[in-house]
Write a protein that binds this ligand. Sequence first.
Ligand SMILES: [Cu+2]
Length: 305
Amino acid sequence: MGGALQAAGEAARAIETVSWVLIAGGFAIFVGVMLLLWRSLHRRAETVRPRLWVVGGGLVFPGAVLAALYAWQLPMTPAWKPIPSADALVVGVTGHMWWWDVRYRDPATGATVRTANEIRIPAGRPVYLALDSADVIHSFWVPQLAGKIDMLPGRIQHLLLSADRPGTFRGQCAEFCGAQHALMAMHVVAMEPAAFDAWLAAQAQPALPAQDARLEAGRQAFLANRCDACHAVRGVGGDSRLGPDLTHVGSRLYLAAGTLPNTPEARREWIAHVQAVKEGARMPSYERLQGEQLDAIVEWLGALK
Ligand SMILES: [Cu+2]
């Protein structure tokens, strides 16, 4: 996983370099100003030439520093600017209060492949993200891979990122977007290219058929409780986009935008007590769902790999 400050992609590394230069330069200038202050306090009798200090220290010096910094960082901006590249993988991400809808194009059929809250990418390949929002302004930020960019309703913003190596990189919505803004995280999982291709091919498939009577009971309970009014499970029912696509929810690492690890206990907790786990989330708590029925749904969702 690694800390948020460990850059794992080209764009993030450029930002890291610029940050360190700005911090070091800012510190050096601060020390210089403090030395001047110290000197002025100790040599009261010295006559100064105010014009020299105002023009030199107030105009020429900052002008020269800013111009030099600008010239220096200019060649670096392509590293985080989206340059359309034939090789790039295109991924669409839409922010919702408070989760992420994620879309790929199936290379075999051209059909849209939908998932949520987890963005898998092939390591070493540029990824071109098309970002927008379904409601308020969100902000897409995976610090180890790239800078942050706002996700706006009705407008597509672009971000180019790449991961040097396989790994899991945590992202977080970085624009206050309502009560559960803090629980709007996501994970970018960089995989070996062959593993990624296999993953995408599997995600493009409809939901796995229920293998036994218990899983079939879970599938029926899901439909009987009208979970499909908000959730799509391809091949089972529902085409609503009010909630995350659950076709392969069992293959995800976390639930509800990084809120809970995807374990059977957490799925049970989530479904029965959504409003205790993530108050205000646009899904009702199913407290009346108990015992067998709840267990069956929890197991069936886990089997949707
Ligand atoms: Cu948000």
